[in-house]
Structures are given as structure tokens and as C-alpha cells.
Design a protein around this ligand. Structure first.
Ligand code: ADP
Length: 455
């Protein structure tokens, strides 16, 4: 069942219950009031009749009957008066009345109320001159009962009409209340991979549905951003792979066209080997990035001494790049060795540090990097400083995106994957990485990792 119908049913049930309680209340109070009122009038009539007959000497039975007939009596009124021995001394009707059948357990001060078929009746003891008289009066409240019947019909018809109106109003209002959601749904249905730029109408920006639309739009913003990144990544990767392949093919075709001297073959093979090395570096970078992006929970975290890892990494780099120079400043190293540990994956942290050192050396003519090892409890920071080409301000915010390279790097080998990989690795380790730079003067990359407490 949809929410609209559910809401209207709930609304109708609530209103129907309130109306039912209200109508039944009115009906029963009116019935109760009519009955009480009628008994009171009956009592007054019977009292007056008894007083006239017994208290007023001038009035005898016949005169009383005449008076009774000519005064405003109740409808089908019957009044009987009996003496102490229950002999009838007066009645205004010819119909007989058996006092003993009705009269049971009545105390003297009581007014006994009872019913004879549809007629309401009362009985009481009237005392006069130390004598007891039994007075019984009955009548039919024709107008009162007719009024109650009318009231019942009005209430039932009114109740039915109100119910019908409530159902219609419930459907109308719930429909109206849910209209914005319907709108959002139809707008969302238009959003597809090719139309990720569409946004949902945020209405008045205040109510709950507007909040939902705003949250949904924010999610779309993030999705679109991720989607564009993904798309750019794929097209960049395709482009980067296509170029070396084209070069390889062109070289091979050229050689195959006709016989060449041996040195030319050697030269061509050397170039091919260079292109294949580049391709291998690129595919390795892509593979690493994909591995980290897909599932970073599979990497084992060990306790690592960061100063040792840094020295190891520098040594590895220097082995394969004899012209690079690394200067590490350990001045702020603490006496307490336990402050030098981080929780991390050795292999990954090495890749990250290696990228930063290699970049610093690669992008500076002096090929050197100055590394500050700073203990900033509860974290450790490594500053990688170089005096190289620097990063243009318009590039600095993008250098951590895959395949992004600064404008000033045309003459430096690379694919723009190193920093993207480094950032991912640092994020896995709950660390941060920031860059500051000035074109022509140099750059500083600051890597911060949380210390792992030992013992
Ligand atoms: P690559 O080094 O292959 O170009 P990276 O992802 O390592 O890719 O770096 C991305 C870009 O960041 C570089 O192309 C360069 O523009 C800029 N960059 C990174 N490190 C430095 C640095 N130390 N000095 C100047 N520019 C740098």
C-alpha cells in the first residue's frame, strides 16, 4: 500500500473515532437528559394532582378529573391515587392498574421510577394528615422520544457524510503533502550516467523534503565529481598507453620496411627497450593505484620505526640513482625510541616516501632533497624540501589527481601517478600530505603520520 493511501486511512480512522465518541456522547447525554426531565415533569404532575385531591377540600374526584382534562397534561397521562390499604381513590383514566405488581420494595422517601412498555412511570408515597397515599403516574413522552429519534438520524447521517468528506479530504491532503516527493522521484528518474549534472529542485530549502533534496543533490555532487575523476582517469590511462604503443609500432614498421645496417637495428632496439621500460613503469603505477583503490583492508599493518624506514628508502634510491643526493636532518630525534614508531605497511610507506624523494631530486637541477624528521607528538612529520622548478599556483591543488602534471614539467619524465599513489597510501595510514611551493624557488612536501604508542 502506498504512503498516500496509508496516510488517508490513518487520518480517516482517527477522525471517525473522534466523531463516533462525540456523536455517541451527544446521543446518550440527550437521552439521559430527556428521561430525567420527563420524570421530573411526571413527578410534578402527580404531586399537583395528589395535593389538589387530598389537601384542597373543595376539590373532589370529579372536579379533579375535569381539572386534569383541562390543564396542560402530559401525553396519554394516567394518574392513580390509592389509600393506605391500596384501594384506588382516584384515577384520571378508566384503565385498571394493579398496584402490587409494580409496587415492590419502595421506601417511603423514595420516588420509584419505572417503565410500562414505552411509557415512563413514577410512584411515591404522599403523606397527608398522618395518612399514607400511594400515587402512581405514567405518560408517554411522544415529543421527547421523537426528538431523540430525529437526533439519532441526524447524527448517523452526519457521521456518514463526515466520513465521506474525511476520506476525500484525507486523499486530497495526503496527495498534496506528498506531491513534492512525487516531484523529486520524477526528477530523480531523469538522472542517468550521461545526465549526472541534473539536480533535484530544492523547494523552499527549509522543510524535511527540501532537506532530503539538498542531501540528495550533495550526494550527486560527490558522485559526479568521482565519476568525472574516474572517466578522466580511464581516458588518461588509455592515452598514456596508446602513445608508447604507437611509437613502438612505428619503429618496428620502419625497420621491417627494408634491410638495415646492424647499428640501426641496435639503435632501434635500444629505443624500443626504453619505451617498454616506460610502459612497464606506467602499468606498474596503474596497478599499484588500482590495488590500493579497490581494497585497502588487505594491507597488513606492522609497527615500523620511521627513521629506519626513511634511511632504508634513501639507500635504495641512491643505489639506482647515483646522481641523487639526500640530506636528512635528525636534530629533533627524541631519546625515547618509542616515539619513532608508526603503524603501517612497510612496502607502501616506502613507495610513498620514494615518490617524494624522487620528485624532489627529479625536479631540481642540483638533484638533492633536504629531509627534516620532526617529532610532533602524537604525530611525526617529514618535510621533503628541494630548490627545484617549483609548482605553478594553478597546478598545486591538482597535483594529487592521477595523471595530473604541472605546466612546467614537459622536459621531465613521468606520468603524474606518483603523488596520487602517495596520497592514497598516506590516507590509508590516517596521515596527511600537504605541498607548498614557489615557481623557480622550490617546493616543500610535508607528510604527517600518527605515532603508534608502544608498551
Ligand atoms: P610525475 O612526477 O610523474 O609527473 P607525480 O604524481 O609524482 O607525477 O607528480 C605530479 C606533478 O606534481 C608533477 O608532474 C609536478 O608538476 C608536480 N611535482 C611533484 N613534486 C614536485 C617537486 N618536488 N617539484 C616540482 N613539482 C613537483
Amino acid at each position: 500500500m502506498n504512503i498516500r493511501n496509508k496516510l488517508s486511512i490513518q487520518f480517516t480512522v482517527i477522525v471517525a473515532t473522534i466523531l463516533l465518541v462525540f456523536s455517541t456522547g451527544i446521543y446518550f447525554f440527550s437521552t439521559f437528559y430527556r428521561e430525567n426531565d420527563y420524570y421530573k415533569r411526571l413527578n410534578d404532575r402527580a404531586n399537583t394532582t395528589a395535593r389538589l385531591l387530598l389537601d384542597v377540600q373543595e376539590v373532589d374526584e370529579n372536579l379533579l378529573r375535569i381539572i386534569d382534562k383541562n390543564t396542560l397534561a402530559l401525553y396519554q397521562e394516567q394518574i392513580y391515587i390509592f389509600d393506605e390499604r391500596k384501594r384506588k381513590i382516584y384515577s384520571n383514566t378508566d384503565q385498571e392498574f394493579d398496584l402490587d405488581i409494580i409496587w415492590k420494595d419502595v421506601h417511603e422517601e423514595d420516588v420509584y421510577k419505572f417503565k410500562i412498555k414505552e411509557r415512563e412511570a413514577i410512584g411515591f408515597i404522599y403523606k397527608y394528615n398522618n395518612e399514607k397515599f400511594y400515587v402512581v403516574a405514567s405518560a408517554f413522552d411522544f415529543y421527547g422520544i421523537a426528538k431523540i429519534k430525529n437526533l439519532r438520524i441526524i447524527l448517523i447521517v452526519g457521521y456518514m457524510l463526515s466520513l465521506m468528506f474525511t476520506v476525500a479530504a484525507g486523499l486530497l491532503f495526503s496527495g498534496r503533502a506528498l506531491l513534492p516527493i512525487k516531484k523529486v522521484v520524477s526528477q530523480v528518474q531523469n538522472i542517468s550516467v550521461s545526465k549526472l549534472n541534473i539536480r533535484v529542485d530544492e523547494g523552499n530549502k527549509k522543510d524535511e523534503i527540501a532537506q532530503l533534496a539538498i542531501t540528495f543533490n550533495q550526494m550527486l555532487d560527490r558522485l559526479e565529481e568521482a565519476f568525472i575523476l574516474q572517466r578522466d582517469f580511464v581516458s588518461n590511462a588509455a592515452h598514456e598507453l596508446r602513445t608508447p604503443f604507437t611509437v613502438l609500432l612505428a619503429e618496428i614498421d620502419y625497420c621491417l620496411m627494408q634491410g638495415r645496417p646492424k647499428e640501426q637495428y641496435v639503435n632501434t632496439l635500444n629505443r624500443l627497450s626504453g619505451e617498454i621500460k616506460k610502459l612497464s613503469r606506467l602499468s606498474n603505477g596503474l596497478l599499484e593505484l588500482a590495488r590500493i583503490s579497490v581494497d585497502n583492508s588487505t594491507f597488513e599493518l606492522q609497527t615500523i620505526r620511521l627513521d629506519e624506514l626513511l634511511i632504508d628508502t634513501c639507500n635504495d634510491i641512491l643505489k639506482s640513482n647515483s646522481d641523487y643526493k639526500t640530506y636528512i636532518n635528525f636534530e629533533s630525534l627524541p631519546d625515547n625510541e618509542s616515539l619513532l614508531h608508526v603503524a603501517g605497511n612497510e612496502q607502501l610507506l616506502k613507495i610513498a616516501i620514494k615518490n617524494l624523494i624522487e620528485n624532489a631530486c627529479k625536479f631540481s637541477s642540483s638533484k638533492d632533497v633536504f629531509i627534516d624528521f620532526i617529532i610532533n607528538h602524537p604525530s611525526i612529520s617529514l618535510n621533503f624540501k628541494d630548490y627545484g622548478i617549483g609548482i605553478p599556483p594553478e597546478d598545486i591543488n591538482n597535483i594529487f589527481q592521477p595523471f595530473y602534471r604541472g605546466n612546467n614539467t614537459q622536459f621531465f619524465a613521468g606520468y603524474g601517478l606518483g603523488l596520487a599513489l602517495t596520497k592514497k597510501i598516506i590516507m590509508i595510514h590516517q596521515g596527511t600530505i600537504e605541498a607548498t611551493s614557489e615557481v623557480g624557488k622550490g617546493s616543500v612536501f610535508t607528510l604527517t603520520l600518527p605515532v603508534k604508542q608502544i608498551g
